[in-house]
Design a protein around this ligand. Structure first.
Ligand SMILES: Cc1cc2nc3c(=O)[nH]c(=O)nc-3n(C[C@H](O)[C@H](O)[C@H](O)COP(=O)(O)OP(=O)(O)OC[C@H]3O[C@@H](n4cnc5c(N)ncnc54)[C@H](O)[C@@H]3O)c2cc1C
Length: 443
């Protein structure tokens, strides 16, 4: 790896405009860059991936409903024709607020304004065994890994004679009863009930357990009581075993150990039980709340760090309506980005800034192929109409006309045929040592 401390990021266009460096092209960072394109700012957008990922649909990649490319969007394409925005694929390591400089694995860059929008990663709450042996779903490649793992488990299971010995390959245990866990469990149950029996007629799918484990007394924590109850009933009617008030103590890759409730055999433990913010160096300890989120004021600015802002999942803005901070969801990230774009203009014009005010548009979750629960600010409803609402909202939120069209076709096909067709087991070829060396030197 080159010495990133010693050289500036090459090939950044010269500009007299104020330079906004954005770290992370997730919901917040990408929205901000899009709002600032063709405006009087030079924008440098940095992300360790060269694509934007639509996290709400990861579970469909994991359960063979959608291709990864349908929910990932090349970042460079978004900014075709926007001369003031430069994208770089770079891992950001830390920044120095005193000299307004940020350091990445491909060079450093100076900024006028710095916006941190690095999102969150999976939280295992300190359990190293679970971290090493379970499967998280925080990136599109992790979702693809889950899909491959489940399919290869079945290809292995079919060659095992005794049904007792097949159990741990066939069972799927999901930890975390929030929207991700509920949606994964519903989609897994659909695969088990409708698809796998046709693919593997030799296997008995009554032996395949899908278990959803939640530490609290209810599913879908922040949703309405009626949505929580409906989600539970829907999952149970699909044959998902829901275990509430249940704590996972340990996992060794084959057996889940529960607190006071015995063990479950499985080689597939999907961990959707918590997140913690991503961090880079440069801030003081007092900038962080105990849960790792960065304290910001009503304008998303970090305390004692003028010109440095934090948006989305990594930030903690406490306001009268949200004394513990806003929920870590896409709408908060997007709305904070829109507000910051407005305020950056006001700062440049020397005018008054606008405090952030979150407008809660509601929440929703699907359960299986044709049911959902929807809580809107003015109405709550469940069932098939909720499912159509969920489809429409997610289709509209996806970036790019091609992606919208492909997803629409995939969903229509899956709905009509009961047969998602993405069950290919394509593994990347192992990289030769010489190729690996060349790749490392390039970085
Ligand atoms: C499986 C799943 C399902 C979800 N479903 C929903 C849903 O249905 N509705 C909803 O509202 N929310 C949902 N969420 C939450 C939502 O996705 C997040 O709240 C939202 O993505 C937060 O946006 P963000 O911009 O803060 O971070 P992100 O969108 O996570 O983006 C962070 C970006 O920063 C980049 N990055 C991180 N560290 C570095 C670094 N050091 N250097 C360079 N780049 C870096 C990452 O590559 C990433 O692109 C879901 C989340 C998950 C994981």
């Amino acid at each position: 790896m080159s010495d990133f401390l010693s050289h500036p990021l090459p090939n950044i266009p010269d500009s007299d405009l104020p330079k906004v460096v954005i770290v992370g092209a997730g919901f917040a960072g990408l929205k901000l860059a899009m709002k600032l394109r063709k405006k009087r700012f030079q924008v440098i957008l940095l992300d360790k991936h060269n694509y934007h990922q639509f996290q709400p649909l990861f579970y469909q990649v994991a359960t063979a409903g959608l291709e990864p490319s349908a929910i990932s969007f090349p970042l460079r394409k978004v900014f075709h024709g926007s001369n003031n925005v430069t994208f770089r694929m770079a891992q950001v390591d830390y920044f120095d607020p005193k000299i307004k400089r940020i350091y990445t694995d491909v060079g450093y860059i100076d900024y006028t304004y710095l916006v941190l929008a690095m999102g969150a990663e999976t939280n295992y709450f300190g359990n190293k065994n679970i971290e090493e042996t379970s499967s998280p779903m925080k990136t599109v490649s992790e979702a693809l890994y889950i899909r491959n793992k489940i399919i290869s488990n079945y290809e292995r299971a079919i060659n095992i004679e005794r049904s007792e010995d097949r159990k741990s390959l066939m069972n799927v245990v999901i930890v975390g009863g929030g929207p991700t866990g509920v949606e994964l469990a519903g989609a897994m149950a659909d695969l088990r009930n409708n698809v796998f029996p046709k693919d593997y007629p030799e296997l008995n799918f009554h032996n395949m357990k899908i278990v959803l484990i939640e530490a609290g007394p209810e599913l879908l924590g922040p949703m309405s009581k009626t949505s929580k109850e409906h989600a539970l009933t829907y999952l149970q009617s699909l044959g998902v075993e829901v275990m509430l008030n249940t704590l996972v103590k340990d996992y060794n890759g084959h057996k889940v150990v529960l607190a006071d409730k015995g063990t479950i055999e499985t080689q597939t433990l999907l961990w959707a039980a918590g997140i913690k913010p991503n961090t880079i160096g440069g801030l003081e300890l007092e900038n962080y709340a105990p849960n790792g989120r960065i304290f910001v004021d009503d304008f998303s600015e970090i305390k004692d760090c003028p010109g440095v802002f934090a948006l989305g999942d990594i930030s903690l803005m406490t306001q009268e309506d949200y004394p513990k901070g806003h929920p870590q969801v896409a709408q908060v990230a997007i709305q904070q980005a829109v507000n910051l774009s407005y305020n950056l203009h006001k700062i440049e014009e020397g005018k008054e800034k606008k405090a952030f005010k979150y407008k809660d548009l509601g929440s929703m979750a699907t359960v299986g192929r044709k049911l959902a629960v929807v809580d809107l600010p003015f109405i709550k409803f469940q069932g098939i109409f909720a499912w159509f609402t969920w489809l429409f909202v997610h289709l509209m939120a996806i970036l790019g006309v091609k992606n919208k069209l492909f997803i629409f076709l995939d969903w229509s096909w899956n709905y009509l045929s009961f047969d998602p067709s993405l069950r290919l087991l394509i593994k990347p070829k192992a990289v030769r040592p010489s190729e690996q060396k060349a790749l490392t030197e390039e970085r």
